[in-house]
Design a protein. Structure first.
Length: 262
């Protein structure tokens, strides 16, 4: 029961959506540097290829790109088909791709709901369903296949910013993850959520630039998240150490969801 075997992911096949940038890039690097084979996918093909080059330069594991636009159902289907051609099984699926939309309540457009819920919730279900046969092939009673859904503390608390569709989508994702845990657990596939707080990412860049000091002040640990924080959480959930965790929502936020606003 040594730590090297408990947290080992060497040789596992991992798919990370949105794996070229931000939190997804952090997660991808964590897997590659620990010997996993990682497929990253997003609609930005150039960013995917750039990330793959950087990740493969690290050695140990391998990284490959399969670009796809997750707003398009046919692209999600194509991604699943391409992955099945390259790999006979999938050990870990990280559903990380997401979008946000902020606007005042009286001006909040209907289109925002369609766009945000499609990517943050609907396509998570679509992709998970499509790759379930590959997950089943990797699954074993003491080493199940894993689904890790990247949620948000804004799906647990009421955020101060007016991001109505985003907050609702992440709350929905957290519960979808629990529903999947119940049904897919019977197939030796676990489903868990990381409810992330503030990290350096494209989505958070403008917010951190404007409100960075106040955001840090609202985190009991006094800082924003680092790549090691989110990658380490994924490695735990993907290894033998996390094999009996199913249906959990784990906050990765320095305790910011606990802090009172007044």
């Amino acid at each position: 029961m040594d730590s090297q075997s408990l947290f080992n992911v060497k040789g596992k096949v991992v798919l990370v959506t949105g794996g070229a940038k931000g939190i997804g890039r952090m997660i991808s690097e964590g897997y590659v540097t620990n010997g996993a084979t990682v497929y990253i996918s997003s609609r930005d093909a150039k960013a995917c290829e750039k990330a793959v080059g950087e990740l493969n330069a690290l050695g140990k594991g391998k990284a490959y790109a399969i670009p796809a636009d997750f707003y398009k159902e046919e692209d999600v289907q194509r991604l699943a088909e391409e992955l099945a051609k390259r790999e006979s099984k999938l050990h870990v699926l990280v559903n990380n791709s997401g979008s946000n939309w902020g606007a005042p309540y009286d001006e909040y457009p209907s289109a925002a709901w369609t766009r945000v819920l499609t990517l943050n919730l609907h396509r998570v279900f679509d992709l998970t369903k499509l790759v379930t046969p590959l997950l089943e092939k990797a699954a074993a009673p003491n080493d199940p296949a894993r689904i890790i859904n990247i949620g948000s503390i804004d799906g647990l608390r009421v955020p101060s910013l007016e991001t109505y569709a985003y907050s609702a989508s992440k709350a929905g994702l957290h519960h979808l993850s629990r529903v999947l845990a119940n049904h897919l657990g019977r197939r030796n596939i676990t489903s868990n959520t990381l409810a992330c707080g503030p990290f350096e990412s494209k989505m958070m860049a403008a917010t951190l630039k404007t409100f960075g000091d106040s955001i840090k002040a609202g985190v009991p640990l006094g800082r924003i998240g680092t790549p090691e924080d989110v990658a380490g959480s994924c490695l735990f959930l993907s290894s033998r150490a996390g094999a009996y965790i199913n249906g959990a929502t784990i906050t990765v936020d320095g305790g910011s969801h606990l802090a009172a606003k007044m």
